[in-house]
Design a protein around this ligand. Structure first.
Ligand SMILES: Cc1ncc(COP(=O)(O)O)c(C=O)c1O
Length: 353
């Protein structure tokens, strides 16, 4: 008997495509697995969401004009250089689709954001992962050496997910100066608001004067809007035009657009929350070091425990104590910084591992 799908072929290469593994949500457990912030929406953002909800019989503004104008104003850049997408993960995909022909190469450090290989393959591009250095940081020299005539996009995730490590101004400027002009460097700054090290450059400043640099940012992390899905790119105008061409129409919905604007209105308050996370990050890392763990210096809202083959066992141990963390088996465990109470509970679990 033929199966209901007989005759329909899906892409054979999808069999080798890894699934994106979201942080698990376990009822009754504390979730420290998805790099979310612990604070819920501010009253002003909630109000904007409620008001926008009355309009959902209408399509949203497809060009997200007000939001784009607002982001451009915040960054002091022309609006023609800003594009938005359904989370910055979608903007990553748009970027590959806008730049790469089949088999052009997308380069990224590994391990880094797990979506890079998936999105590259979905878009039909070839992948060029370059191992992180022994210090869990991007090895920019190795990346430079690995660039070929087929390399079209290089992601530099700063701070890097999942290790939290950063590339600093001097090394990044040296890298950007050396990258050939046919290569677009995407500075993925999903966690930029948690950076406290003044030697870490602001990608927007670097991109202002360079014609092959894109900056990707998101409202999901510091702005507390992971559930509403808005990310954006600051790119050269012709790249922005291409990003807008490949976007799925209406993919940033009206509630998300309004909430993002309201979040920018509440920026000071939201960034104060980030400062609390940064303080907690220092406390958590110090306690882990004291307990004997290796923890690379982190500038993001998470810590990385390079536990290798013990990663899954650590996650299991944490889950038994009602804590969901994010294991990358064989490599390590990423733990998001939560509230002080949540972090205390995590530290207790870590000490008993
Ligand atoms: C480095 C990095 N870039 C991009 C994203 C995507 O975020 P979003 O699609 O929620 O904007 C994430 C989310 O985890 C991330 O870690």
């Amino acid at each position: 008997m033929s199966s209901p799908s007989a005759g329909v072929n899906t892409r054979a290469d999808l069999d080798s495509l890894p699934n994106y593994v979201p942080g698990r949500s376990v009822p009754g457990a504390i979730k420290l697995a998805s790099n979310e912030v612990p604070g819920g929406p501010l009253p002003s953002v909630r109000k904007a969401i409620m008001e926008a909800a009355t309009q959902i019989n209408r399509y949203p503004d497809m060009g997200a004009t007000a939001l784009i104008e607002r982001i451009a104003g915040e960054l002091d850049v022309p609006a023609e250089r800003i594009s938005v997408g359904c989370g910055s993960v979608s903007v990553c995909l748009q970027l590959i689709q806008a730049i790469c022909d089949p088999q052009d190469e997308v380069m990224y450090a590994w391990r880094s954001f797990e979506a890079y290989p998936i999105l590259s393959q979905v878009a039909g591009a070839a992948q060029a992962p370059v191992p992180l250095g022994s210090d869990h940081r991007h090895d920019l020299d190795a990346m430079l050496a690995a660039i070929t005539p087929r390399t079209r996009v290089v992601f530099v995730c700063n701070p890097n997910n999942p290790t939290g490590t950063v590339v600093r101004r001097a090394e990044l400027e040296r890298f950007l100066d050396a990258v050939p002009p046919h290569v677009l460097v995407a500075l993925d700054e999903a966690y930029v608001e948690f950076v406290a090290d003044s030697d870490v450059p602001d990608g927007v400043e670097l991109a202002r004067t360079r014609s092959n640099v894109v900056v990707l940012r998101t409202f999901s992390k510091a702005y507390g809007m992971a559930g509403l899905r808005v990310g954006y790119a600051y790119a050269p105008a012709h790249v922005t035009a291409a990003l807008r061409k490949v976007v799925v129409p209406f993919s940033v919905n009206g509630i998300a657009q309004s909430a993002a604007i309201a979040s920018l209105d509440a920026k000071a308050e939201l960034l104060e929350r980030c400062a609390e996370i940064v303080a907690e990050r220092g406390r958590v890392r110090d306690a882990l070091l004291e307990a004997g763990f290796e923890v690379p210096e982190t500038q993001a809202n998470f810590v990385w425990l390079p536990l290798g083959d013990r990663a899954a066992a650590f996650a299991e141990h944490a889950l038994e104590r009602k804590l969901v963390v994010r294991p990358f088996q064989g490599d390590g465990v990423r733990v998001t910084i939560g509230t002080p109470e949540e972090n205390d509970q995590f530290l207790e679990a870590a000490r008993s591992f």
